[in-house]
Design a protein around this ligand. Structure first.
Ligand SMILES: Cc1cc2nc3c(=O)[nH]c(=O)nc-3n(C[C@H](O)[C@H](O)[C@H](O)COP(=O)(O)O)c2cc1C
Length: 307
């Protein structure tokens, strides 16, 4: 059975994964936290927590709220910063078989470029995933990923500063997802990942306060799966580069739905909070399905629901 996927066919070195199951940024730490729970080296790739130029403490508490079919978070990119990542995490990853992809976030285009520059050529880092769902101070609090022009500017600035494959992670909080996807593909992205969390809120009716310290947050988990699936379907039908599906994936069959919608690979996010072994369960479920259905190569399933 062939599960391997090429996520960066336009890149000279490419980004080949042994299988299409990845972890989603911010839900699997730096990978090290999970290595005693299962053989994380068997995964297709690990995407680490969003990384910024300087360490960040994140948003005020509370930052996590459960909802009927998912969760709201407003972590606010709490992370150790790029210097500590390079000094403390990358040397560990360099010994791993599984590729590690570093998720980056900035408040200005220049910050993204500086991050890309600092991470270029560091052993242990196989690719960058550019999170364009962060507040853009210079555009008055919007997210870079909301508009095609700003999304393209960030992508081009990262592309210019790195020789690594570049994945760009899109936000669903835009009415222009297809235009944004086309713009980042044009600006040099090797692959597109979607979706990040969907903006949401919860209120405690007795305290009459919003439940999250930051008032609003991002919804993830099973609730967003149909939204993510439709966006993957739309985008995969439009761009030439590979698409990575993310949003509510907790089982092999969830992953297969995304692959049939056109995704070349998938990311497992919030499911890891309920079941830390979720990414491995997804991989095993995928393998069992392929065995049962007599599918020899994962590529036979990519976009199957589009034909
Ligand atoms: C607690 C938490 C932290 C997250 N942190 C990041 C992050 O740092 N960078 C990023 O691009 N996405 C981040 N995400 C978004 C996830 O990677 C993923 O896109 C989203 O949760 C949807 O997938 P899911 O429904 O499987 O969780 C975070 C999500 C959660 C729940």
């Amino acid at each position: 059975m062939n599960l391997s996927v090429q996520l960066a066919p336009r890149h000279d070195k490419g980004l080949r994964l042994a299988n299409p199951v990845m972890t989603a940024s911010g839900t699997f730490g730096y990978g090290t936290e999970y290595s005693h729970l299962f053989d994380i080296q068997r995964l297709g790739a690990i995407v680490c927590k969003g990384t910024t130029l300087n360490p960040r403490d994140g948003n005020p508490q509370p930052r996590l709220v459960e909802t009927p079919s998912g969760m709201l978070n407003s972590i606010g990119l709490q992370n150790i910063g790029v210097k500590a990542l390079i000094e403390e995490k990358a040397p560990l990853w360099a010994k791993w078989r599984v590729p590690v992809i570093v998720n980056i976030a900035g408040e200005t285009v220049a910050e993204y470029a500086e991050l890309a520059n600092k991470l270029d050529g560091i052993p242990g880092i196989s690719a960058l995933e550019v999170n364009i769902s962060c507040p853009n101070i210079s555009a008055g609090g919007a997210e870079f990923g909301v508009h095609p022009e700003s999304a393209a500017r960030v992508t081009a600035s990262v592309r210019a500063k790195t020789s690594l494959p570049v994945l760009v992670k899109l936000t669903p909080n835009t009415g222009e997802i297809v235009k944004v996807a086309m713009a980042v593909a044009e600006a040099g992205a090797d692959a597109i990942c979607l979706i990040n969390t969907v903006r949401g809120m919860a209120i405690d009716i007795y305290t009459r306060q919003t439940l999250l310290g930051n008032r609003t947050g991002g919804l993830s988990g099973p609730a967003i799966k149909p939204v993510a699936l439709a966006m993957v379907y739309e985008v995969a039908g439009t761009v030439e580069i590979p698409v990575v599906g993310c949003g509510g994936i907790a089982s092999g069959s969830d992953a297969i739905e995304f692959i049939m919608a056109g995704a070349s690979a998938v990311q497992v996010g919030s499911a890891s909070f309920i079941n830390p072994r979720a990414p491995m369960d997804v991989l095993e479920g995928l393998e069992q399905f392929m065995t049962r259905e007599g599918v020899r190569d994962i590529s036979e399933l990519v976009g199957a629901a589009r034909r």
